[in-house]
Design a binder for this molecule. Structure first.
Ligand code: ATP
Length: 305
């Protein structure tokens, strides 16, 4: 059970305006020790603005921002965090090892260089100038810089953009080991399966507000639909009229059914068609919840890992 003393970062009723535009419209967000919180939402939802407030890079127009119970601009709070933002302005001529040593020197109890490099998968790159690396390699170095100070809290703003599948899987593993060490992680991502795979808790934002918040399972439970697919000759419009069927449609030889009562519908399907084959049953994923929650918002990018 989380307690108040577990809280490492908090936004309370945070408001941020840019001229006429309200980027954040009263956002409450709490991060507990040792949890990975995924912040999801369409472009412009307010994810980066929330992170910038927590980092003290910008100030709120209303509400409160706390980092380890302090103002985020205080050095005592900043020393306990690591950051990987969407853009990094790093000196291109420095070698990766030099960069790591430099950033680690800002922290009171940094990780040994080799440990940071191994965690981020950049051991082979230590002698290379940062500016000569590929985009995906640079992202891995930025991740190494975020964790090299042994921070208690790491902010990762869309960290896996531009990474190939292998690099992404390694970064997921590294995030899991950070959390296993007791580190808290705030992750923004457009990859829903990333949040599904890693997050203890998810916050869904839209138009500067928190639309929903909870565990992945709790969010899924908000859309308690099961998807059934099978090869069958049964008429889709007939199935659509069965009780507890939300929708039924034909896709070539396949029937695709959404239902709130999978067991009842399955029994009826199997009884109605003895030749039914290739049966697949799957509960709704985070993507379905998303579609429901952000219906008025621009579509989210989805990608298979
Ligand atoms: N410095 C700024 N000046 C003016 N408007 C800004 C500024 N920073 C952000 N905004 C606006 O505030 C809103 C929220 O932006 P924010 O970057 O927080 O969204 P996001 O959820 O991180 O989006 P994305 O997924 O595209 O990164 C957007 O409408 C954006 O255009």
């Amino acid at each position: 059970m989380n307690t108040t003393s577990d809280v490492v970062a908090r936004l309370s009723g945070a408001v941020k305006r840019y001229g006429q535009l309200t980027a954040l419209d009263g956002v409450d967000l709490v991060l507990h020790r040792g949890e990975l919180l995924a912040v999801l939402g369409p472009n412009g939802a307010g994810k980066s603005t929330s992170i910038s407030l927590l980092l003290g890079l910008i100030r709120p127009d209303g509400g409160r921002v706390e980092l380890f119970g302090r103002d985020p601009q205080q050095i005592e709070a900043r020393r306990r965090i690591g950051v990987m933002l969407q853009t990094a302005m790093l000196p291109l001529t420095l070698r990766v090892g030099e960069l790591l040593r430099l950033v680690a020197s800002y922290y009171p109890n940094p990780r040994p260089l080799q440990e940071s490099a191994a965690l981020a998968g950049v051991t082979d790159l230590l002698q290379r100038p940062y500016g000569k690396l590929s985009g995906g390699q640079q992202r891995r170095v930025q991740f190494a810089l975020a964790l090299c100070g042994r921070p208690e809290l790491v902010f990762l703003d869309e960290p896996t953009v531009g990474m190939d599948i292998d690099a992404r899987q390694k970064l997921w593993a590294a995030m899991r080991s950070l959390v296993a060490e007791g580190c808290s992680v705030v992750l923004t991502t457009h990859y829903l399966e990333e949040a599904e795979a890693l997050a203890q808790r998810v916050v869904v934002m839209g138009k500067g507000r928190v639309l929903s918040e909870g565990t992945v399972d709790a969010l899924r439970a908000q859309v308690p639909l099961t998807r059934i697919r099978c090869v069958s000759d049964i008429d889709a419009s007939t199935v659509a009229n069965w009780p507890q069927v939300a929708s039924a449609e034909r896709d070539g030889a396949r029937l695709r059914i959404s239902t709130h009562a999978a067991e009842n519908v399955l029994r009826r399907l199997l009884a109605a068609d003895e030749t039914l084959s290739e049966l697949e049953v799957q509960r709704a994923g985070l993507a379905d919840v998303f579609t429901e929650l952000t219906r008025d918002e621009p579509a989210l990018e989805q990608e298979a890992a």
